[in-house]
Design a protein. Sequence first.
Length: 204
Amino acid sequence: MTLNTTLGIIIVTIAASFFAWNRRDIYKKWIFNPYQVQHHGEYWRFITSGLIHVNYTHLFFNMFALYFFGQNVSYRFGLRGGWLLIALYILGIVISDIPTFLKHRHVPRYNSLGASGGVAAVVFSSIMFDPLNEIFLLFIPIGIPGFILGILYILYSYYQGKRMSDSINHDAHLFGSLFGIIFTVMIRPEVLRNFFDQILQWNL
């Protein structure tokens, strides 16, 4: 169930992205446009925007991260792990877009897409379970403990979200990450104590 659930999400997302790339009308209808949600009630965009991506690179990196972290999260959640992973992922996509919606709901030309909010939720859920697991970034041969990388990622996303100096939706990354932490603690309250116990045992 662990692997099947993760692969199932990946297959659906890849299929949806390819479908939308070949149907511009669908692409425009699925993309997250806060103005259309606010003024035309197109609330489905909260979910469909997480099924489509800008290009192959965007899709690959999101699904690559989901593949590795999703299996761990599903396993850690136990018997209902597959369903909880799906809930975490979908809710992460939706909830991470709420701040974007509130910020840009009166801006007709603003668009956002991608599963980054849901992926961030899954990654940070995994970090809560295993904060000392080392994460390797591309082109950096040294593993970084998950909790340190997580802190840096949250600070970076917050800073970039305030600057709004590029086309990346950093708010979705930030709030997806925070939701992943909250969801995990709500489902497995004991994870919070274990998280800090592991960090206290860590030494450089």
